[in-house]
Design a protein around this ligand. Structure first.
Ligand code: FES
Length: 178
């Protein structure tokens, strides 16, 4: 966007809103006005960015930075960053973040299964990787997995989708944090 230096998108879809995203968005706008940064930094609410369990989530362009778990107490750090400072590691999600690697490791193991996986096996594997049923259900809603029976009345099978393989770069080596 040619008239702004940065564009900040704050997810205010249901999960992030339940964890205070609207307050974060509102307070951030006020802080930017107070610091006379509102002309060069645009803040918009947005829909889900598929990180629902980590929210409230914020994306900053053109930096291409994802911030997760952003609460009111993180606002001073966020504003300092938008004024040209550094971001604390705890706020940044990238391919090397422990929670991102946890997901990647889980899906890397899941796709080793020969074809769609019985729901019970998928659930057991997820649990071994530290994920619960609510997380699995959210993965299905976000399109990271598909649950489907081979035929009517048959048990449900789980397929890891192309979206997931792309998202977690499952054909590429794991990037290190940095
Ligand atoms: S609700 Fe914010 S990432 Fe899904």
């Amino acid at each position: 966007m040619y008239w702004t230096k940065r564009h900040v998108l704050i997810c205010t879809a249901s999960h992030c809103s339940q964890k205070g995203a609207m307050d974060v968005a509102g307070r951030l706008r006020i802080e930017l006005i107070r610091k006379k940064l509102d002309a060069e930094i645009m803040v918009n609410n947005c829909g889900t960015i598929d990180l629902c369990d980590m929210g409230p989530n914020v994306v900053v362009y053109p930096d291409n930075v994802i911030l997760r778990g952003v609460t009111l107490k993180d606002l001073p750090d966020l504003v300092a960053y938008l004024r040209g400072g550094d971001l604390p590691d705890r706020m940044v999600l990238n391919a090397g973040s422990p929670d991102e690697q946890q997901r990647r490791a889980f899906y890397a193991e899941a796709i080793k299964h020969d074809g769609p996986m019985p729901v019970e096996d998928f659930t057991a594997l997820a649990e071994r990787h530290g994920f619960d049923q609510a997380w699995i259900d959210e993965q299905a809603r976000r399109g990271f997995i598909a649950r489907k029976a081979a035929e009517e009345g048959a048990p449900l099978l789980v397929t890891v989708t192309t979206k997931t393989r792309t998202r977690y770069r499952l054909n590429a080596p794991i990037e290190q944090a940095g």
